[in-house]
Design a protein around this ligand. Sequence first.
Ligand code: AMP
Length: 286
Amino acid sequence: MPLLKTTVLKVITTNNDLQRILFQMRSAGKTIGLVPTMGALHNGHLSLLAIAKTTTDIVVSTIFVNPTQFNDPADLEKYPRPIESDIEKLTQAGCDMLFAPSVKEMYGSNETWRLDIGRLETILEGKFRPGHYQGVTQIVYKLFDMVKPDTAFFGQKDYQQFLVISKMVQLLHVPVKLIMCPIIRDSGGLAMSSRNVHLTENEKKQALVISQALMLVKQQFAFQTVDQLKTLATSIINKEPDVTLEYFEIADRETLEPAGRDSVKIVALVAAKVGHTRLIDNIILA
Ligand code: AMP
């Protein structure tokens, strides 16, 4: 039987403790990887962790349900927070450190934040979740500043978020390497998400149409125009009575502007509400 490498997970809630422990790690010459999350961990999160473990010496995972990135207070309120089972999962996955601060630990009382991220702020997710990316950049910048990771790992699942964070890193000259990790799906194709726990069995079935539409678009990509593909995807998704499509876009992978004749790198992105639960997904087409 192979010997398992056991790691003791250090659970840290204050910046002081975080700095003390990171100082020890850096003094020992260790490279640091960061996997920021909002908890309610699933195999998508754990895949980021597995990739991080093969890339850096120490993996720091964070769990923080960041209030400034929620534009819907009800969504923030009902966001799942199963911290005990999260700690268990991180321990099993061999994570070295969990930083799980309180809101008070992360934010002063009168903080403001404004970063000009250009068009990414107002298209697709930005359009449907006003202010979301200001909150995302605010918290991710803080985490980068505190942890000072060599490498940070994010999921392709939040494709636009990855572009926004890349832009922030470039604008603010943050010395970190960003790695985008593939989307992990359940056996039916549904992209894993912490919000999936809110879906009823019936909604889960209907939600499959989202990834099915993406897969079909990928399959048909060489044979149909962008407009035809969008019509096809939209009509499939609209067939499910409890699925309300917010957008289905075929876009340039770097700007997220609608793909045109000259586009070479292309991604299809979708957001839809299934019942009361908002889901996003995407697929690389070219
Ligand atoms: P969240 O906890 O939803 O903020 O996600 C934390 C990180 O996990 C983000 O970088 C997400 O893109 C990533 N992530 C979430 N779901 C998945 C998934 N199904 N596959 C891969 N990465 C994911």
